[in-house]
Design a protein around this ligand. Structure first.
Ligand SMILES: *Cc1c(COP(=O)(O)O)cnc(C)c1O
Length: 395
């Protein structure tokens, strides 16, 4: 990296004076643990934002997934269908409750789970599906909810990457039996670490509250009818969350601007290279603005993607590869996998995982920076494509 080029990180939280003020207020109030007005306020405001009756703030998104499964009584002998192309916490949470994940293929190019594959994966043991709105792209919820009614399973939306996204005009997080979000530092809005569980069902809500707070009886302090957990969010985190939520429209608008810079700056690349997509999305959705997604041309391999990322890193441009398929990693390699034809290979997952990367996506990225990034991309992609052609004709 030469001294004239500044480093452009992949993600950065957008924190302002509003966050600082509320955080200090919480601090000065003395309520720095999980008891305090900001936790309740954050829950009420986030429930309203996602048009839900109940919201329970928790310590992180993974805890939110765990609590969602506990509240639905998912356990040993049950199967939970999850996409293979997603963050490992999704499948890990299924193991926490002793159930078995079933990994399904996804759809190209938007990376959301294939509903055809879900249909093929259903068995009498299927208790729930975790619908991950992958890289902000909403899962095709209508046919999924139809399947859920038909086969009597529950749908948990994992909207950790999709705050503010819309599915056919409806906000994500409002669609499944339960929805979970994460507020980790790189998500659309953040509380440092944090998560939330949303539902309209009062029984689910009280179970989540129960398990989150040591499994303590709501009417008898220090009486624990079951083993519980401490998954509480602190008042300090919630204060930041309240401030972030007040600005969520502003933050999403800023991110949308950055995404638009990429889209227009890289439109040439999309015409020149078949299979190359910047932020591929379905027509009927407005994706959450999490990370800028670049899918490389059709003939690109994971090695070529990694070579490109290394080159970008040299030039001060931070990237990250798409998630590796869960079924290729040791804890998940033995799980049943199902594609849209009902067989076990996951070709779309493997292909997208190999060709995908994320580009600097924070609200601080400027139009000039995007132009610089696109220039480097154009040059390097062309070079890699030519080298590949050379290799092929030489072989
Ligand atoms: C980030 C993320 C999580 C985990 O959230 P944490 O707050 O980091 O525990 C879960 N699911 C998905 C899809 C995520 O992207």
């Amino acid at each position: 990296m030469s001294h004239t080029q500044e480093f452009i990180p992949i993600a950065e939280p957008d924190l302002g004076p509003n966050e600082e003020e509320l955080l200090l207020k919480a601090y000065r109030s003395g309520f720095i643990s999980s008891f305090g007005e900001y936790v309740t306020k954050f829950e009420e405001n986030f429930a309203a934002y996602c048009k839900r009756k109940h919201a329970i703030a928790v310590s992180n998104g993974t805890a939110a997934l765990h609590l969602a499964l506990l509240s639905l009584n998912v356990g040993e002998g049950d199967e939970v269908i999850v996409p293979s192309l997603c963050f490992a916490a999704v499948a890990a949470s299924v193991f926490y409750v002793g159930a078995t994940p079933v990994l399904v293929d996804c759809v190209s190019p938007d990376t959301t789970m294939s509903i055809a594959a879900v249909r093929e994966a259903i068995t009498p043991r299927t208790k729930a599906v975790i619908a991950v709105h992958s890289y902000g792209n909403p899962v095709d919820m209508d046919p999924l909810l139809e399947l859920a009614r038909e086969h009597n399973f529950k749908v948990i939306e994992d909207a950790a990457e999709a705050h503010g996204g819309l599915y056919k005009g409806k906000i994500v997080g409002s669609l499944g039996d339960i929805a979970v979000f994460s507020f980790y530092g790189n998500k659309v809005i953040t509380t440092g670490e944090g998560g939330i569980v949303l539902t309209d069902d009062p029984d689910i809500a009280s179970k989540v509250k129960f398990y989150k707070n040591h499994g303590m009886a709501p009417t008898k302090r220090y009486w624990h009818p079951e083993v519980g957990y401490n998954y509480r969010m602190t008042n300090l985190q919630a204060a930041i969350g309240v401030a972030q939520l007040e600005r969520i429209h502003e933050i999403i608008e800023k991110k949308d601007r950055v995404f638009t810079f990429y889209k227009s700056s890289a439109s040439d690349l999309e015409t020149k290279f078949p299979g190359l997509h910047i932020n591929a999305q379905r027509e009927d959705c407005v994706p959450g603005k999490w990370m800028v997604c670049l899918l490389l041309p059709e003939n690109f391999t994971a090695n070529m993607r990694d070579a490109l990322c290394a080159k970008l890193q040299q030039k001060g441009i931070d990237t990250r590869p798409y998630f590796y398929p869960l079924h290729e990693m040791p804890p998940y390699a033995q799980l049943r996998t199902v594609n849209a034809r009902g067989t076990s290979d996951l070709p779309v997952t493997r292909d997208l995982s190999a060709r995908g990367l994320n580009l600097p996506s924070s609200t601080k990225v400027t139009e000039k920076q995007v132009e610089r990034i696109t220039k480097v991309l154009a040059k390097q992609i062309k070079k890699l494509a030519l080298e590949e052609e050379g290799n092929e004709s030489g072989a």
